[in-house]
Ligand binder design. Structure first.
Ligand code: ZN
Length: 526
């Protein structure tokens, strides 16, 4: 409605002013009593439908058997859209739905999509543009499913990707797609099924690289149901198959999928398998939890194993840390760690992450901690605060996009830090992790030497520094891990060893009774 400007009313004609005001008021009342949604293409003579009508004779759901159910937004009362305002360096054209009485959904999407564009820009040196548009895949039973289709364009061209979010109109909770699955074990089973059945839209049979599929949130971020109630899992172009193969997806039949679903997943399936003629959110959410959902959905893995307590005097914990990778042979290291059920921390550097993204994904999926070791290994103590921040943010974004994990530890290259680095890392939520044992494996490329320094240097609470980009270090893994295991050590992540850490603070050891000291002076290539 157009607002009256004060100058349009003549102050010397009070009667006209009153009449005008009454007319405006009457107009507002008329607008208010008009059923919302009438202006969404419904003819005025058609009687408004109640929810009960919908229950009695649900029309069939609409959509492709290989895709998610499609709901026409014109059948959702008052549905409109908003455009994201983005002030970064690349053009972003992103729309998201706005539905009356579902404000928390729009607020969440605005935040989430803004963060997505920022992460794309930060992680991609060749970022050109970001576009995204929304569609609805369910609107029934108090649930709304929003599927975002985005096109990220960088120096290698455009790539299409998908994310599907689920919103409960009564509680205002929003859920990622992995919340449709009952738990991590069920997500692992789903991952096994997807490995057997995934195909691509445009690629040859077998285009999907099953080895890069892991049960983590960044991969399983677009799930829903086709009109028959089969679970549809879809992956971004280039994520698990060559980008030229297009959308990769798997369809898990309804009975098999049914065993894997959470309560929410079963509700979503019921909502996505009926056609929608009219959906209206009658009232604002009962409990606005401001987007908070309780518990961690499947696919979001902790860097801490709740079954291990390093503060227990009978548990001797040691943290193996690997810097500068991932390298081409890091998967061999992961094989050995898995064999001994050992955990490690990988302080990854940006360009190797771009080169070996699947290795980062795998390390995360197998319970190891991923931590930030800068984009290109500079001496942070010689840089401006903005440069330090930009450098670290790129790696935060890279790892987040690959795994869905937000790192909270970093290691300054060469162990070189100062007040500026402390301030920036404090602001970014990153604790600074140095080490208590230096194997000098970058200098002494001899497997027995690396192995004996790691093993003999180990003590309860030790943080052992190595580099997984050196073959001699990879070759030393088995003897290090088997010997530490034989000596009764539990190999844990740094976060497990230290417990909670304070961003910006420097840590060199997890030994509780030893005052923190400067690490032993070392050479260049930490
Ligand atoms: Zn390093």
């Amino acid at each position: 409605m157009k607002k009256q400007s004060p100058s349009s009313m003549a102050p010397d004609r009070p009667l006209l002013t009153v009449v005008l005001a009454l007319l405006v008021l009457a107009g507002m009342v008329l607008l208010a009593v008009r059923p919302s949604g009438e202006d969404e293409g419904r003819s005025p003579e058609e009687p408004p439908r109640s929810a009960a009508d919908e229950e009695e004779a649900p029309p069939p759901a609409v959509g492709d058997p290989d895709g998610l159910t499609v709901v026409d937004p014109a059948h959702v009362a008052g549905a409109g859209e908003a455009e994201l305002s983005y002030d970064g360096a690349i053009p972003a054209s992103v729309t998201y739905p706005v539905i009356p009485n579902a404000e928390p959904l729009s607020d969440f999407l605005e935040r989430e999509l803004g963060a997505e564009v920022r992460a794309f820009e930060a992680a991609s040196p060749g970022a050109v543009s970001f576009e995204a548009e929304w569609s609805l895949t369910a609107a029934h039973g108090g649930l709304v499913g929003v599927r975002m289709t985005r096109v990220e364009t960088d120096s290698e061209g455009p790539r299409e990707g998908y994310t599907t979010y689920w919103y409960d109109t009564a509680t205002a909770e929003h859920h990622p797609s992995t919340a449709l699955i009952a738990g991590q074990r069920e997500l692992e089973r789903l991952n096994d099924l997807v490995r057997e059945t995934a195909v691509t839209a445009d690629g040859p049979p077998g285009a999907v690289d099953t080895a890069v599929l892991h049960p983590i949130s960044s991969l399983y971020d677009s799930m829903g149901f086709n009109p028959a109630g089969d679970l549809v899992v879809e992956f971004d172009a280039g994520q698990v198959a060559p980008a030229s193969a297009g959308r990769a997806y798997a369809v898990v039949d309804a009975p098999t999928a049914g065993e894997l679903l959470s309560d929410l997943g079963a509700r979503v399936r019921d909502a996505a398998t009926v056609g929608v003629e009219r959906f209206e959110i009658a009232a604002p959410p009962l409990a606005d939890k401001d987007g908070q959902r309780e518990g961690r959905p499947p696919g979001h893995l902790a860097a801490v194993d709740e079954g291990v307590d390093c503060s227990d005097p009978d548990t001797r914990c040691v943290a193996l840390t690997y810097d500068d990778g991932p390298g081409g042979r890091t998967p061999e290291l992961l094989d050995v760690l898995a064999e001994y059920d050992a955990r490690a921390t990988f302080f990854v550097t940006g360009y190797p992450v771009m080169e070996h993204p699947h290795t980062v994904r795998r390390a995360y999926a197998e319970g190891h901690e991923i931590a930030n070791h800068t984009l290109d290994h500079p001496d942070l103590a010689r840089m401006s605060p903005d440069a330090v921040r930009a450098n670290l943010e790129t790696v935060q974004a890279l790892v987040y996009r690959e795994t869905g994990y937000t790192m909270d530890l970093m290691r300054p290259p060469y162990g070189s830090t100062n007040e500026t680095v402390a301030e920036v890392t404090a602001d970014m939520g990153l604790a600074q992790i140095l080490w208590s044992v230096d194997t000098n494996d970058w200098r002494d490329r001899k497997t027995p030497v690396v192995s004996s320094r790691a093993v003999e240097g180990a003590s309860d609470g030790a943080i052992i520094l190595m580099h997984d980009i050196h073959g001699t270090t990879i070759d030393a893994t088995r003897s290090i891990v088997s010997e530490l295991d034989a000596r009764g050590y539990t190999m844990v992540t740094v976060s497990q060893l230290l417990g909670s850490t304070t961003p910006g603070e420097v840590y060199t050891t997890g030994t509780p009774d030893t005052p923190e000291g400067e690490p032993e002076e070392t050479g260049e290539n930490v």
